[in-house]
Design a protein around this ligand. Structure first.
Ligand code: SF4
Ligand code: SF4
Length: 100
């Protein structure tokens, strides 16, 4: 039996959390080598079973994929940096997030 093919890290990738599926388990926070993931509280009105959700400060993400590998809910996706740059202003505007 041959070993499964390893996925190589691509240049310019960033991690992105599909927050609707995040359980807030914080496994990604524990493993991130640059501490760019934080846990926050969902809006009280959100129809989710868990009131916690993680968010990534994508500007600081190195694309190492460790969070992607460890997430038990497969809700982290690796996205091209250009794609993120297109949607980031919109996401920040919606969440009230501002860069440090
Ligand atoms: S890809 Fe690496 S640096 Fe980026 S959020 Fe995940 S663990 Fe942190
Ligand atoms: S590891 Fe996955 S499910 Fe757990 S907090 Fe991070 S993104 Fe959410």
């Amino acid at each position: 039996m041959s070993a499964p093919a390893k996925q190589k890290k691509k240049r310019g990738e960033k991690a992105w959390i599909e927050t609707e599926f995040c359980s807030g388990c914080e496994a990604c926070i524990d493993i991130c080598p640059v501490d760019c993931i934080a846990v926050t509280t969902r809006e009280p009105s959100a129809p989710f079973y868990n009131d916690k959700v993680c968010i990534i400060e994508v500007e600081r993400c190195t694309g190492c994929r460790l969070c992607w590998e460890v997430c038990p809910w497969d809700c982290i996706v690796m996205v091209d940096q250009e794609e993120i740059e297109e949607v980031l202003p919109l996401v920040k505007a919606q969440s009230g997030h501002t860069s440090p």
